[in-house]
Design a protein around this ligand. Structure first.
Ligand code: SAH
Length: 387
């Protein structure tokens, strides 16, 4: 029988609030459970509350899988994966690279599966999901017959679960670099060496949206492998794209060539330094994209994160020509949308610019947001007009 974990009142309240995580401090007794088990959640009176993945190490001790009593077996897991895939047929139709399974957003907490053409890239980010890895690989082969399945289990959260840092081929042909089309533009992704699972798929829809406004002289700050720069280049006279990683820029150059573009200048630099120098030189742009890495990985970093966003956006606003477009992003969950809007508003005042909101966007729809799990809404992307 499935082992039981007794949860305290606060754990029950978490479930009732619609969240999927129960913290270690809200577990009353987990002595029956082994690391990574699927467990039954009960209270002290033996009332059943659901089934969850148990972790013996993480602060998130329990990740809710279902409120149902039905055994969480292979068929149940396969059904959840199929449901996630069916949703992608509606929100990522025609896309060759997208997130097939987005963890909590698909009620499969700590499981990420990204599709890059015929290649699936997997992350199992908790003890429980990691234990299910062989079953997940079988299900993926049955449902999608991919050319290859890779794992990018080198994410920083794995050691917090007591799990090893790994990457490699789980099934099929070893495939590292794949070329896929996105929004009519070709991108080469490095699935083994790139950041995350190779690409920032959460910005796919924002790259397409931004293209509608891009023009003139453009700056792509924190360009990675050229996601925004390459997508927007045809709309612009010239693009300067800034990135600190030489490996990312090597691929960015390749992406420029794949799309027969000649108007992008790549700069290996710290974006903060670059913006400061460009501002002092009196440079002007018509379109600026800012897509920095997360500045607040913890709540305690909120203040310093906001200072970072303000500095970047102040420089950008000062350098924008009248009527210029600023596409500015934050992927720090701890910086809420309101915090971000307020930070940009006060920055606009400092820059003596009146700023209009053209679009208030978030992550692409293949990274679903759950209303009762705030952590699933992490990306903010504002498209602004500086008057
Ligand atoms: N816009 C990209 C994704 C950007 S991710 C896309 O659409 O694909 C953020 C990038 O910022 C990463 O590639 C990271 O290497 C880079 N980066 C982090 N700190 C930086 C800094 N201080 N200066 C320049 N680039 C930086």
């Amino acid at each position: 029988m499935t082992p039981a974990v007794i949860i305290a009142q606060r754990g029950i309240e978490r479930i009732l609030s619609g969240h999927l995580w129960i913290y270690r401090s809200d577990v009353a007794d987990a002595s029956e459970a082994q690391p990574g088990d699927v467990v039954r959640l009960i209270d002290r009176k033996k009332h059943f509350w659901g089934q969850a993945l148990y972790s013996s190490k993480s602060q998130i001790a329990l990740r809710l899988l279902t409120r149902e009593r039905r055994e969480f077996d292979r068929a149940f897991l396969a059904e959840r994966i199929a449901q996630a895939a069916a949703f992608r047929e509606r929100v990522a139709a025609g896309a060759e690279a997208y997130r097939l399974v987005a963890s909590e957003g698909d009620l499969l907490p700590s499981l990420v599966i990204d599709r890059y053409g015929g290649c699936l890239v997997l992350q199992t980010l908790s003890q429980g999901m990691d234990k299910l890895k062989p079953t997940i690989v079988e299900i993926l082969q049955e449902q999608f017959s991919p050319g290859s399945i890779l794992e990018r289990n080198d994410a920083a959260v794995r050691p917090l679960e007591g799990l090893p840092v790994l990457k490699g081929v789980l099934a099929g042909e070893p495939a590292s670099q794949v070329v896929v089309e996105e929004n009519g533009v070709k991108f080469c992704y490095d699935l083994m060496g790139g950041q995350k699972t190779g690409g920032f798929l959460d910005q796919r829809e924002n790259r397409a949206a931004a293209r509608a406004y891009a023009r003139g002289r453009m700056l792509d700050g924190f360009c990675y492998t050229g996601g925004f720069a390459v997508t927007l280049a045809r709309q612009c006279e010239s693009v300067i794209a800034v990135e600190s990683s030489a490996e990312a820029l090597a691929l960015a150059r390749r992406n420029q060539d794949l799309n027969h573009l000649a108007n992008i200048e790549w700069r290996e630099a710290n974006c903060f330094d670059f913006l400061k120098a460009a501002d002092h030189d009196g440079q002007r742009f018509d379109t600026v994209v800012l897509d920095p890495p997360p500045f607040a990985r913890q709540k305690s970093n909120l203040e310093s994160a906001l200072r970072g966003y303000k500095e970047l956006n102040l420089r950008a606003l000062k350098m924008l020509n009248p009527g210029g477009i600023l596409i500015t992003c934050s992927c720090s969950f701890h910086v809420g949308e309101v915090d971000f809007l307020e930070a940009i508003a006060s920055t606009a005042l400092d820059a003596h610019r009146t700023v209009g909101v053209v679009e208030r966007r978030t992550q692409s729809r293949d990274h679903p947001i759950l209303l009762t799990v705030p952590e699933t809404h992490y990306l903010k992307c504002l498209i602004l007009r500086a008057m």
